[in-house]
Design a protein around this ligand. Structure first.
Ligand SMILES: Nc1ncnc2c1ncn2[C@@H]1O[C@H](COP(=O)(O)OP(=O)(O)O)[C@@H](O)[C@H]1O
Ligand SMILES: [Mg+2]
Length: 358
């Protein structure tokens, strides 16, 4: 059988651009080369699409963008071509693409925008479709969809930027109904960017303003004190949804913020023995499958929880979870007996199945 052309998209305009470079480098290294030809396409922070044929280490260190080998390449939305339009040496050419692997995170990449373009192109792509991606990216929408399913999440309130003049009454409402401390976040963000704990009205006001520097909606949640537990999910249909063991984030900082995630090496992820296959772990796995289905996820997701003395709370669904050296999704899958190369192969096969290609 001839090899399939897999376009791996990396970078992107979101504040998780650098994380994507690290995720995509691992994904490119792990794709089985005997089955797939890799066509790496980087998206710059300004949104330019460039084919980059060079070494994967140049992607990881960010130097790819200034490499003279980079040439413009864009996905064609017209499904007649199912490919990319390349421009090189003054000439346009079209290259057929069998699968797109979006190794990207955040804005325009993980929120359904890219998935919409790919839907138009007719090219199968790894992961959830545009609606599920949008639901999981917007934490307010996720609350609405998942709570309707009976899934327990932190109690919450939202302030829209248009309502900023009501900040005082909003803060009074938060104090009266959620109580302090609270966790404040932009509705659409990732990698903990713009997420803050607020212990009083002054901190709440400043945290809401910080959230507005990233998004038009500031989400305020009751602060859950507990263990941060995560599960990796894979599959397309209710009958074949696979969940791994539950992993635990041991954050170097009080909250699992950007520094704790990607800078401070004292953070770690583990697969704790004490909750292995006990009630908490079972509840998390069952809730994860329910949430995955309710949001309409396909392919893969990492679903994050808190386990506190008041029970298990779902925090969020990540439809394109990190794939860096320290990321939980590949770590949990590896623990389940699925090494990275098998995992990526399986995710590509799931995407072809979903699009009726096999
Ligand atoms: N309601 C909450 N209570 C306590 N801590 C929270 C709460 N929500 C988020 N956090 C902390 O902030 C981190 C980032 O928040 P999260 O909602 O996961 O956003 P992101 O999409 O940026 O990862 C979490 O990993 C956790 O440490
Ligand atoms: Mg998170």
């Amino acid at each position: 059988m001839s090899k399939l052309n897999v376009a791996v998209l990396f970078g992107g305009v979101s504040n998780e651009h650098e994380i994507s470079l690290r995720s995509s480098a691992n994904i490119i290294r792990s794709i089985p080369k005997d089955k797939y030809n890799i066509i790496p396409i980087g998206i710059t922070k300004k949104g330019r699409w460039l084919f980059f044929p060079g070494d994967v280490s140049e992607i990881e260190n960010g130097n790819w963008e200034t490499d003279s080998d980079c040439t413009p390449a864009v996905i064609l939305p017209d499904p007649m071509y199912r490919g990319i339009l390349k421009y090189n040496d003054g000439k346009f050419s079209i290259e057929k693409i069998d699968v797109v692997y979006p190794a990207v995170h955040g804005k325009n990449c993980e929120d359904g925008v890219l998935q919409g373009v790919l839907d138009m192109s007719g090219i199968p792509y790894v992961g959830s479709g545009s609606l599920a991606s949008a639901i999981c990216m917007d934490k307010c929408l996720a609350h609405l969809v998942l709570e309707r399913e009976g899934i327990k999440m932190a109690r919450w309130k939202v302030l829209r930027r248009d309502d900023l003049e009501k900040l005082d009454s909003f803060c009074a409402d938060v104090e009266a109904n959620l109580g302090f401390p609270v966790c404040v976040k932009p509705a659409c963000s990732g990698s903990s960017v713009g997420v803050n704990k607020a212990r009083d009205i002054d901190e709440l006001k400043s945290a809401v303003k910080t959230a507005f520097s990233h998004d038009d909606k500031a989400l305020v949640e009751e602060y859950i004190v507990g263990r941060e537990l995560e599960v990796a999910v894979m599959g397309n249909s209710p009958t074949d949804t696979f969940t791994t063991s539950v992993g635990e984030i041991l954050s170097a900082n009080e909250m699992y913020d950007y520094d704790a995630k990607y800078v401070n090496t004292a953070s770690s992820g583990s697969i704790p023995e004490d909750i292995h296959e006990n009630g908490v772990s079972r509840e998390i796995k069952e809730t994860a499958v329910l949430a995955y289905r309710a949001a309409g996820c396909k392919g893969l997701s990492r679903i994050d929880f808190f386990s506190s003395e008041n029970g298990v709370y779902l925090n969020e669904i990540n439809t394109l979870p990190g794939f860096t050296n320290i990321s939980m999704y590949p770590k949990l899958m590896e623990d389940a007996g699925i090494p990275a190369s098998d995992l990526i192969d399986k995710l590509i096969q799931l995407c072809l199945e979903l699009h009726g290609e096999i």
